[in-house]
Ligand binder design. Structure first.
Ligand SMILES: [Fe+2]
Ligand SMILES: [Fe+2]
Length: 165
């Protein structure tokens, strides 16, 4: 059985989870070994928790977190520097249909999630929550990858190899 916190979280995004657009993220690789769907679900939950803590609109934060990387193309088809700047706009465009239109806070949360790399900055607590949750999840995913790679070369670091997860 889900805890009350998890149940409250899923109630915020329930209508989005089974939409074809969100389902499609399961087939798109985001970071190595992590699908776009898994990344966005993690960011959604992180943003939900941060928005609750900051007394923001946690439903908006959870929904924008789930949709913030809804770009729906293979990111390897673009140079990484270009992907960094174009994918928030693609995600905002694709998020219109499953949401039936975006609120200004949802739009800002999606478009500004790459700040400070992109010039568009978060203008509300919910957007700040998505931006911070995205950084934390991305870092955790990349550290896990680094841990896997280090684990494959134990001779390199000997006794000091850190085991992740
Ligand atoms: Fe992103
Ligand atoms: Fe992201």
């Amino acid at each position: 059985m889900l805890s009350k916190d998890r149940a409250d979280f899923y109630a915020c995004i329930d209508d989005l989870l089974n939409t074809p657009q969100v389902e499609q993220m399961k087939t798109i690789r985001h970071h190595p070994g992590v699908s776009c769907y898994a990344h966005c679900l993690g960011v959604s939950y992180g943003a939900y928790r941060l928005a609750r803590r900051w007394r923001g609109d946690y439903r908006t934060a959870a929904r924008a977190g789930l949709l913030h990387d809804l770009y729906l193309y293979d990111p390897r088809s673009l140079r990484s520097c270009r992907q960094c700047f174009v994918h928030p706009a693609a995600a905002a465009r694709n998020a219109e249909a499953p949401c039936g239109g975006l609120t200004p806070k949802e739009r800002n949360s999606i478009l500004a999630h790459m700040w400070p790399l992109s010039r568009r900055a978060p203008r509300c607590r919910e957007a700040a929550a998505v931006c911070v949750a995205d950084k934390l999840c991305s870092m955790a995913e990349l550290l896990q990858l680094a841990g896997h790679l280090l684990g494959k070369v134990p001779g390199l670091l000997g006794q000091n190899v850190v085991k992740w997860g």
